[in-house]
Design a protein around this ligand. Sequence first.
Ligand code: MN
Length: 338
Amino acid sequence: MAIQKDAYRRIATEEAFVIPEVLEPMRARFENEGYDPDLFFWSKAAAGSPLERRLYDLDDERLQVMDENGVDVHLLSLASTGVQMFDADKATALASLANDHMAEAIDRHPDRYAGLASFAPQDVAGAVKEIERAMTELDLNGLIVNSHTNGEYLDEPEYWPILEAAAALKAPLYIHPRAPSPAMAKPYRAHTLEHAIWGFQAETGLHAVRLIVSGVFDKFPDLKIVLGHMGEGLPYWLYRIDAMHKAFKAPDRAVLKQKPSDYFHQNFAITISGVNWTPALKFCIDAISADNIMFAIDYPFCDSAEAVEFMDSVDISEEDRKKIYSENAERIFNIKSA
Ligand code: MN
C-alpha cells in the first residue's frame, strides 16, 4: 500500500552539501599526499562527477529529487570531514563561509531547508564565536562535527567551551562519522574497513561513549547530542555499558550522577540515516522511544527513494511514523512546522 506523498511532512536530517573552497583543497591533498581514509572519501567527488554536482547544488536537482520523493525539508550540513582537516585559522574562516553559503540557500528556500552550522574544534575560541554567530545571527538549527579532530575528542576539557556554548544556545550537536582517528586506524586498514562498513560507527560510537562517561552531561545538562545511523550502535549496547560501568570502577573515570543509559535517554537523539531496516528501527523505538528518533536520508550518498519507501511502509504506529518523519525534528532542531 503506497502512502500519499503529502500524507506526512518528511524532514530529512543528515543531508550533505559542500562548497568548492572546501572540496577542492581536500581533493588536491588526496592527489598529492596519497592514501588517507578521510581524503579518499573526498576523492569520490571527482571534478565533473554526479556526486560533486549533487553536493554543490542547493537550488535545482536537490529540490527536484526532494519533490519526486515527497521530501519536504533537508536539514543541511557540510559534508564530512567539513573543516576539521584544515589548519585552525583557515578552518574557522571556511566554517563561516560554508555557514553563510548555507544560510543564503535557506533564505532562498525557507520552506525547504534548515541547517546545521560547522565550526572548527581545532580553534576553540574561534569555534565558540562561530557557534554564537550561527545560532543568533544566521538563525541556524544546530551544529555538526565530524567526530575526532586531529585524533582528539570533545570530552577533553580544552573543548568544553564548545560544549558549554552549544548547551547555552540550545544548539543540538550532530556528531557525524569520519574514519577512525590516527591512533585507532591501523587495524581498520585490513579489508578497507575504515569507512561506513564498520569504521565510521566504531569511531563515532567511541566519541559518544567518551562523552557519556566523562561526565560532561552533569556539567552541561542541556547539551543535546544527535547520532546518525540508528545511533551508531549505542542503543544496542546500553545495558552492557551500564552493567560494566557499575561492575568495574576505573580510577581515571568520572563519578556520574546517573547511569550511562540515563544520559543517552535524556541528552541524545538518533537518526535512521542509511539504516533502512525494520528490526533495527523497531528495536530503537523499544529501547529509546520514538520520541528520540528522526528520519534522515544521507543525500546524496544514499538513495532518497529507498529511505522514503522504508519509512512510509515500515510496520510501526502512525503516531510514531509522524514523530520520526517530522515532529521530533521540529522540536529538537527548532524547525518551524509547516
Ligand atoms: Mn552522512
